[in-house]
Design a protein around this ligand. Structure first.
Ligand code: AMP
Ligand code: MG
Length: 570
């Protein structure tokens, strides 16, 4: 096979070039007046935690327009960014199934003993409110599976308020699964145990893998039955309701802006955008006439980086709609995600995604689509010159993505130099993995665990199972030869140093669906021991851990793993 043949197989980095739609023209609607709200009604009939030392502030509603219509009933909302909405407590008895000590201590400045306090479970599940909290549901829209879906919004999430920690970081706390809001459409406002366990574990795992993400403080489960039709075939089952308290520096999404442009609420759009830039893009001067272009360029850059990062750990989000794409380019809204096992660019984690729109190999392109939608949302605020500049920025997205993808995969293979051959060696390896179905995570990990001389001898023990699968390829030896050549070109490097570097970035453990499923089955029977083991394991995904090894987390996936189906019902 020639070098040229193999570069064709760099599926992961295939991104279509940017195209632009000028179809939409937006008009300025009636402006949203400055309004002074009497917030005293928020404080009546609400139970506050008296003993949990966590006071929240509400900069968001001080700065952004609030729905003038009151009441927690489902409606089309206009002229605002948030609606007031109180959580509906889950039925007791409640069990605190898991807590992230890292979030507790290092984000919320709380001592671990706070978990013993009787009020804690209530506070993290919507039964009681942290002092200062004014719960809100955010109004947003979005493109779902390629089409404009209109108003979506937080249909089962409540933003509790912001906490500024000792380090001066500002975090927004949100409950998911905490009951109906004005945006619940026909939904029940609840989340079930299986999706909540998955979100709790995966968002924390992604953080420890180094991927930008929302975080999760806690997982509370109840006995409250929630009805779901997981495969949309009329087989309704009852699952237990659960609530995750999750955190992000900001929960704004592309869809947060899109809905305002679509409805022509351009004053609100400008207010929200200015707020996001002032709070989260601090290096952009608020009086810069090109600030929206600079903002767009940052989001393009960071989104390309995020998706390249997902690819580098084999993560498929599953539902890359614009309402699930963060303006801060962090991973949010974990649903039917999956870590790819056997290498396959067509891997689709969501069994309801029949057309494979959100396959792992399509994510880079989908990122581009979503950024186009972001630009359409910004368009009414841009001059024609700024629009052209922004379109040019978007044209650079494939290049930014390729560059980051290349850097990350180079590091995964331990390359230090700038060898011309690097891209070829990466593409060649991915092709061998695709042909042999070798495990994505463990191929890279095991490459970091064997010595180069073992590789060159081709003496791969069956216990080194992913590499052993890979070595069945007729071109394996050719690839090893090229790989070794690239590595040896850097004279100052040593094999031990290479192994050490690679082991620090190629995880031994990721949250495979079969592992999550096993923990979920036990959780349904109130046994949270496997949630705890996974949580502990995934906090140090690069470290060999005895208990994780005994649980088989780095072993060849069991055959039942292949039959697992993850629906987007949650
Ligand atoms: P997701 O697929 O979770 O990103 O959700 C898409 C939209 O549907 C968002 O507006 C959610 O708030 C809403 N949604 C999803 N599940 C429910 C539910 N059980 N109850 C109410 N709204 C929901
Ligand atoms: Mg969502």
């Amino acid at each position: 096979m020639t070098k040229h043949d193999f570069t064709l197989f760099l599926f992961f980095s295939a991104v279509a070039s940017a195209t632009f739609s000028d179809e939409q023209e937006f008009s300025e609607s009636e402006s949203c007046n400055e309004r002074e709200f009497d917030k005293s009604h928020f404080y009546s009939n609400v139970k506050y935690c008296g003993e949990i030392p966590l006071t929240l502030s509400h900069k968001l509603i001080d700065a952004l327009p609030l729905d003038e219509v009151e009441g927690n009933f489902i409606r089309a909302v206009k002229g605002c960014v948030f609606s007031e909405s109180q959580p509906t407590p889950l039925k007791e008895p409640l069990t605190l199934a898991a807590v992230s000590q890292d979030v507790l201590r290092n984000i919320l400045d709380l001592n671990e003993s706070v978990v013993q306090n009787e009020e804690f479970v209530g506070c993290v599940s919507g039964g009681k409110l942290f002092p200062g909290s004014i719960p809100l549901a955010h109004r947003y829209g979005g493109h779902q599976f390629g089409y404009w879906a209109g108003q979506l919004g937080d249909g089962r999430a409540h933003l509790l308020g912001e906490y500024t920690n000792r380090k001066g970081e500002r975090w927004e706390l949100q409950l998911k699964g905490s009951g109906k809001t004005p945006y619940s459409r026909s939904g029940d406002g609840r989340a079930v145990i299986h999706s909540s366990v998955r979100e709790f574990l995966c968002s924390e795992a992604m953080h420890f893998l180094g991927v930008p993400t929302s975080r999760a403080l806690s997982l509370v489960v109840s006995e409250e039955p929630v009805r779901r039709d997981p495969f949309y075939n009329g087989n309704v089952i009852k699952e237990r309701g659960a609530v995750v308290l999750r955190l992000a520096k900001s929960w704004f999404r592309i869809g947060s802006l899109e809905i305002l442009t679509r409805t022509g609420e351009l004053d609100v759009l400008r207010t929200l955008l200015d707020f996001v830039i002032k709070e989260h893009f601090k290096s952009i001067a608020t009086n810069d006439p090109d600030k929206y272009v600079v903002f767009f360029s940052r989001v393009v850059n960071e989104t390309a980086h995020l998706i390249a990062h997902w690819m580098s750990v084999g993560f498929a989000h599953g539902v890359c709609n614009t309402d699930n794409f963060s303006l801060l380019s962090i991973t949010i809204d974990y649903g039917p995600f999956g870590f790819m096992e056997s290498y396959d660019p067509n891997f689709v984690p969501n069994t309801s995604d029949d057309e494979g729109r959100y396959s792992i190999g399509a994510q880079a392109n989908v990122g581009l689509f979503n950024l186009q939608k972001l630009l359409e949302a910004l368009k009414p605020l841009l001059t024609s010159d700024q629009l052209s500049q922004s379109q040019q920025i978007l044209r650079e997205y494939p290049q930014i993505y390729h560059q980051r993808f290349h850097e990350l995969f180079k590091a995964k293979l331990g390359f230090l130099g700038n060898e011309e051959n690097d891209s070829h060696v990466i593409a060649f390896l991915l092709k061998l993995m695709e042909d042999t179905g070798a495990d994505f995570t463990m191929t890279f990990r095991q490459l970091s665990e064997v010595t180069l001389s073992q590789l060159q001898k081709g003496s791969i023990a069956p216990s080194v199972w992913a590499l052993s699968d890979l070595s069945s390829h007729e071109y394996f030896r050719d690839w090893v030869q090229l790989y070794v050549q690239c590595l040896l070109s850097v004279e100052s490097d040593s094999d031990a140093a290479r192994q050490h570097r690679m082991q620090g970035i190629n995880p031994r453990y990721v949250l495979r669906n079969w592992m999550a499923e096993s923990a979920i089955r036990k959780s349904e029977k109130n046994d949270f021991s496997e949630v705890a083991l996974l949580q502990k394991t995934l906090m140090e995904p690069f470290m060999n851990q005895d208990e994780a090894e005994r649980a088989g987390y780095a072993s060849k996936p069991p055959s039942r793993a292949q039959q697992l189906r993850i629906s987007c019902s949650s």
